[in-house]
Design a protein around this ligand. Structure first.
Ligand code: SAM
Length: 311
């Protein structure tokens, strides 16, 4: 009941537009990151427990396809949970061609005919989300107004570009994911479990908008997000946080930045802290289409690894 009411209030005047991200902002349908690229580069997630931002569910789906044991999710935007449920159930119970038409065929985008056979499996909240959409047919509910946007690169998302991955995923997607609606700064209060890998997407980019200096912003992020999450929710032996995703950028500059941040942390962290934090960067193939002044633009992921100190 609460789920239904919350969804109704989230959408009754259209999606929230007061800030770029909020509890009822327009939803992301697919990822714009090369998720499989960086999961592989950080050592994979096979057999591991993962905590991820929900967004359109792709970080979770790709983690499961890469062998993750379990994926839990959080998001500030309550409505993302409906997108994750909708996609999960379509992947589980409908054929690949229906899924692709529903999202990527302009003439059948969000066609109710396609999902009618599985409507009874939907939660009351997802039901309300879809009914509100069909009543108003307002594509502003979607970030980028639909799935037809160049930022959604189908070739980067394995279960979209490869039908056999879609079929494999249908056997891996659970009936229900553990989802918590929360701001990133409160993760450690909402989740009690420890995870081997935590995926934070590019949320960092939008935090502390009043602070211009990148080092200062990273320091705030380290103290208010990374340290509490590492203390409470990250495996002490090699647990990794993918703490930021940057597109079409210069890897060397990020490497230098992370090295100097590493020096700062090494000199400032409490000596009695059981763990130490190591920062690194991985660069991966970019699908960026904009002209770049860089010689070899890549996408870059910033990674923090936690390990027990050797005394
Ligand atoms: C940062 S966005 C960007 C899209 C992302 N690159 C992707 O691949 O989907 C991803 C998700 O982060 C969520 N988000 C943004 N700020 C947040 C915050 N402070 N706490 C928790 N989630 C947040 C948004 O609601 C959105 O669903």
């Amino acid at each position: 009941m609460l789920d239904k009411l919350k969804t109704y209030f989230a959408l009754k005047d259209g999606p929230g537009r007061s800030s770029f991200f909020s509890w009822n902002a327009p939803v992301f349908l697919f990822t714009n990151e090369n998720v499989s690229g960086y999961l592989e580069r950080i050592g994979g997630v096979s057999g591991k427990d993962v905590l991820s931002v929900a967004a359109g569910g792709d970080h979770a789906f790709i983690s499961l396809l890469s062998g993750a044991n379990n994926v839990d999710m959080f998001d500030l935007n309550y409505l993302q949970k409906h997108i994750v449920e909708l996609k999960s159930k379509m992947i589980k119970y409908l054929p690949y061609s229906d899924f692709m038409h529903f999202f990527f065929d302009n003439n059948r985008f969000f066609s109710s005919d396609i999902i009618r056979p599985i409507w009874k499996t939907f939660s009351p909240g997802l039901n309300t989300f879809l009914l509100m959409y069909y009543r108003h047919k307002n594509n502003r509910i979607f970030r980028y107004a639909s799935a037809q946007h160049m930022d959604y690169d189908v070739s980067q998302i394995p279960y979209l570009s490869n039908e056999s991955d879609f079929r494999d995923l249908s056997k891996l997607v659970p009936e229900k994911f553990h989802f918590e609606q929360t701001d990133i700064t409160k993760i450690s209060k909402k989740f009690t479990q420890k995870y081997d890998v935590i995926l934070l997407s590019n949320i960092f980019e939008y935090m502390y908008p009043d602070v211009c200096d990148l080092s200062e912003r990273m320091l705030f992020f380290y103290n208010s997000v990374l340290c509490p999450v590492a203390d409470n929710n990250l495996s002490q032996l090699g647990g990794k946080i993918c703490l930021h995703y940057a597109w079409c950028t210069e890897p060397v500059q990020w490497e230098k930045f992370m090295n100097s941040f590493q020096h700062y942390v090494a000199n400032s962290i409490d000596d009695f802290n059981l763990c130490h934090h190591k920062f690194s960067t991985v660069d991966i193939k970019s699908s960026c289409k904009q002209n770049s002044s860089f010689l070899r633009p890549s996408d870059v992921v910033l990674v923090m690894t936690q390990n027990l100190k050797q005394w």
